[in-house]
Design a protein around this ligand. Structure first.
Ligand SMILES: Cc1cc2nc3c(=O)[nH]c(=O)nc-3n(C[C@H](O)[C@H](O)[C@H](O)COP(=O)(O)OP(=O)(O)OC[C@H]3O[C@@H](n4cnc5c(N)ncnc54)[C@H](O)[C@@H]3O)c2cc1C
Length: 546
């Protein structure tokens, strides 16, 4: 075994680093495993901001934030988790600020807060439109300050279960090659999302759902897998995100007739309706022939050059670089793209999973704060608040339990399996199957892709050092299994709720039959579905209005 630690955190995005810092401060010996250098984690791409009811720009409270989140979730969020989240968010923001996060400010010196979709008050704290970049740098500084061990460019492949609890992680050392086993009294999965399953996505190449797939193979339940959020403003044709902050600052959405079409779909909230509503409205316009090249236009011209340069410099740069258009002078073509996965590894409010010693936080987890639809700005906040909570809980458990026992056979089995992957000489190259995965819609197609994968994928690179070919083959296997879970749960949910839209066969919400979480487990050689009640506190589903 390479080493042992009290708490092992797999993932070095906002959730992983916040968890590691908290576990360290609770007295644990902590290490972080990441397939990327921490500051290259996808959290760094987050743009628009992070939600907490500070009440700086208008009246606000954790209760209003909770109500907005419950309503935005289309009543599928667990309300006890949401209440914890909105109550603890403000002090988490001040903690980040004290660590050096330079958030944008108002003239009176207070932290500025911008309006975001479906928020009852302007509550999104931001650092221009590079909020994720700022957070990831600040958290990394805190990691370095504490001298927390980082197993950088280690690809986590399997969890080790022994004696009924998680006791470590089996990794492939990307830089030097070879299997490395790291033991942990507790392990926190913070491996982020799985947007790369889709062809058009805002997610980076690393977002391949590895943590969720590892948990799935341990027999753990994944929750609400059918809910993938499509962001309404991804740049045509690349799918790069233009933040909701553009609309928060006042940008319009217009169709080919120059009309602000959101007045038909959400006359009050207009462009700041929740993401599911705006994305569906865009597709309706495009399908009705009022799009331009399969897009609608995001118009910021009326905001003026100064506001665009000051508040949205990143969005301007992205538009100029990737669409050749300057938003000061031109409307920008946008369309919905796969963005955020609401589902994930089921956890309690402290990040604990069903397996003793294993926790999860951030986009890989499903607490569930977001239910059927996440509000913009709530995800970064979730990574921080539930990253902190899981770090504390994992450290406390680890410090009261002392042994780590990873059987030698676990390493030997992994070694054999890996050599088997490298030895495949007949079959297909992984990218061929990956391409088909990005465009498939049907469960039969996924089953066929799984068969093709299992028949053999050829890893051309047989080398030990930085074998990205091997890593991509493993990631593809993860994405195929997760897709099967997503499709099965999606087909079974015969209603439209939040991000899950079935406009042609089940266009309305069906509370009687589907006001419940889906739970997916891997049984035998496929996913098996069951359901679980949503936890309510005081927000009544019958009050749903937009
Ligand atoms: C373009 C974009 C903009 C966004 N903007 C906002 C915003 O303004 N506000 C907001 O609230 N939300 C936003 N989101 C969503 C939010 O940024 C993400 O949900 C959140 O940052 C995810 O953080 P995370 O820590 O869970 O995962 P990530 O930041 O994705 O980190 C995952 C970590 O896990 C590691 N990892 C993964 N697999 C393995 C493996 N097999 N072995 C080892 N390590 C592994 C990676 O190296 C990485 O360190 C945005 C998302 C995108 C895509």
């Amino acid at each position: 075994m390479e080493a042992t630690h009290d708490v092992l955190v797999v993932g070095a995005g906002c959730a992983g680093m916040r968890a590691a810092i908290e576990a360290y401060d609770a007295g644990a010996n902590v290490a972080v495993i990441s397939k990327l250098h921490p500051t290259r984690s996808h959290s760094g791409a987050a743009e628009g901001g992070i939600n907490a009811a500070l009440g700086n720009a208008a009246e606000d409270s954790p209760e209003i934030h909770a109500f907005d989140t419950v309503k935005g979730s289309d009543y599928l969020g667990d309300q006890d988790a949401i209440e914890i989240f909105t109550r603890e968010a403000p002090s988490d923001i001040y903690q980040l600020e004290n660590w050096g996060a330079f958030f944008s400010r108002m003239l009176d010196g207070k932290l500025a807060q911008r309006p975001f979709g479906a928020a009852g008050s302007p509550r999104t704290v931001f650092a221009a439109d590079i909020t994720g970049h700022v957070l990831i740098q600040v958290l990394y500084e805190q990691l370095v300050k504490r001298d927390i061990t980082v197993y950088e460019e280690y690809f986590a492949w399997k969890l080790v279960e022994n004696d009924g609890r998680c006791q470590g992680v089996i990794c492939w050392d990307l830089l030097n090659g070879g299997i490395k086993v790291v033991g942990g009294k507790t392990t926190i999965l913070a491996t982020g999302g799985q947007g790369r399953i889709y062809r058009t996505t805002t997610n980076a190449y690393a977002c391949t759902g590895d943590g969720a797939a590892m948990a799935l193979r341990m027999g753990l339940p994944l929750k609400d897998m059918e809910f993938m959020q499509f962001h309404p403003t991804t740049l045509y044709p690349t799918g790069i995100l233009l933040t909701e902050g553009c609309r928060g600052e006042g940008a319009y959405l217009i169709n080919s007739e120059g009309e602000r079409f959101m007045k038909t779909y959400a006359p009050n909230a207009m462009e700041l309706a929740s993401r599911d509503v705006v994305s569906r409205a865009e597709m309706t316009e495009i399908d009705a022939g009022r799009g331009i090249n399969g897009s609608v236009m995001l118009d910021m011209r009326h905001l003026g050059a100064q506001r665009i340069i000051e508040r949205l410099p990143g969005s301007r740069e992205l538009s100029m670089t990737f669409a050749g258009l300057d938003p000061i002078y031109d409307p920008i073509p946008v369309r919905p793209g796969a963005h955020y996965h609401m589902g994930g590894v089921e956890t309690d409010n402290d990040g604990a999973t069903e397996l003793t010693g294993l926790y999860a936080a951030g986009e890989v987890a499903c607490v569930s704060v977001h239910g059927a639809n996440r509000l913009g700005g709530n995800s970064l906040m979730e990574t921080i608040t539930f990253g902190r909570r899981s770090g504390r809980a994992a450290a406390e458990w680890a410090l009261s339990n002392t042994t780590i026992d990873v059987p030698a056979s676990a390493e030997a089995d992994a070694e054999r399996e890996l050599r088997g992957l490298l030895d495949v000489s007949e079959g297909e190259r992984p990218w061929q199957i990956r391409n088909d995965l990005g465009s498939s819609k049907q469960i039969e197609v996924i089953d066929e892709l799984r068969e093709r994968y299992e028949r053999g994928v050829i890893v051309d690179d047989k080398g030990e050092v930085f074998n990205s070919d091997l890593v991509q083959a493993i990631e593809l296997g993860n994405m195929i299994d997760l897709s099967a879970c997503m499709l099965q749960a999606g087909i079974a949910r015969k209603e439209s709720r939040g991000a899950h839209a079935r406009p042609y066969d089940y266009p309305t919400r069906d509370d009687e039959n589907f006001m419940k979480h889906s739970i997916t487990r891997w049984v035998g050689d496929g996913p098996e579905l069951s359901y679980k009640d949503v936890r309510y506190t005081k927000y009544d589903p019958m009050e749903r209005t937009y």
